[in-house]
Ligand binder design. Structure first.
Ligand code: A2P
Length: 277
């Protein structure tokens, strides 16, 4: 797929085009009044690793000189034809107040340099891969959990999504059904994927914050694991969510003996703050 120029839209200046691809919205799905997903065309020149993020924005409106852009984790895997994203809607948010109204055919700016630490290469080999995301922090794990490499590297992949209310469990159908039909990872997912949703402000099969579920041992019991702690030899973890969430989780995980990794020095866990505002 190549960059798409919509002929009847206003011309964009050369500086903008040097920094961003101009892509076309393919579809939009609204989960709740605060949460939506969308997909855009993928430029042939864009390379990224599953779990990375990229800048997303809208062309400047009349009278504006610069676009408002924000970091978004790509929710589709690195080999996908289209680029998928999961976003919150903030009514007075500089970008999402407008982005939530996009329609198929609209133009979206896409940064040219994907980056990030929620990548398999930043983790040492292990037995189990835990992907803990709260709210839109699920996005990078939609990418990692749909990448065959995750199943090649780990015996078990646990997608753990924490939200306030059941309606916010976006992609629940994917992780309970759709992914098992995926031609690339379906068979692996059937054997190796575990989906662990938890809700904090409504009654649900799993209830409570991840920090509490880990501290009490409930998470490990629910998963049928022998130990009620993370094992620094076998367990690898990725975290994505609000600042307080990743801070509290990182402290807890470190208390179990796991060490943070990076692209330069792979470790036992990696983290990234989810897009906000
Ligand atoms: P809670 O409902 O108890 O605040 P948010 O939308 O605020 O990012 O929250 C998403 C989910 O993450 C909610 O279930 C929320 O629980 C939980 N959460 C928020 N902060 C933390 C934290 N510091 N540690 C663990 N879980 C958290």
């Amino acid at each position: 797929m190549t960059d798409t120029a919509v002929t009847d839209a206003p011309a964009l200046d050369a500086k903008l085009l040097a920094a961003y691809h101009v892509e076309t919205v393919l579809w939009v799905k609204h989960w709740t009044d605060q949460l939506f997903s969308f997909a855009i065309t993928r430029p042939a020149s864009l390379r990224f690793r599953s779990g990375e993020f990229v800048m997303i924005g809208l062309p400047p409106a009349e009278g504006e000189t610069r676009p408002v852009v924000r970091a978004y984790s790509v929710a589709s895997p690195g080999f996908a034809d289209d680029l998928e994203f999961l976003s919150i809607k903030v009514q007075d948010g500089p970008l999402t107040s407008r982005l939530q109204h996009i329609q198929p055919g609209d133009r979206v700016l896409l940064g040219k340099k994907p980056t990030g630490t929620l990548v398999l290469d930043a983790l040492k080999p292990g037995k189990r891969l835990f992907l803990f995301g709260t709210g839109t922090g699920l996005a990078p794990f939609l990418s990692v959990a749909r990448d065959p490499d995750a199943y090649a590297r780990f015996g078990q992949v646990i997608v753990a999504h924490g939200v306030r209310e059941i309606a916010e469990l976006a992609y629940r159908d994917l992780f309970t059904a759709g992914i098992f039909e995926d031609p690339l990872v379906g068979e692996e997912a059937k054997a190796q994927l575990v989906y662990y949703p938890t809700v904090t402000r409504e009654a649900f099969v799993h209830q409570g914050r991840f920090t509490d579920l880990i501290a009490s041992g409930q998470l490990f019991r629910d998963l049928g694991l022998a130990e009620e702690k993370f094992n620094p030899v076998e367990d690898r973890i990725m975290l994505c969510g609000s600042m307080p969430f990743i801070k509290d989780m990182a402290a807890l995980i470190e208390s179990h003996g796991l060490k943070e990794g990076s692209n330069a020095e792979p470790g036992d866990f990696v983290l990234e703050r989810a897009f906000v505002g």
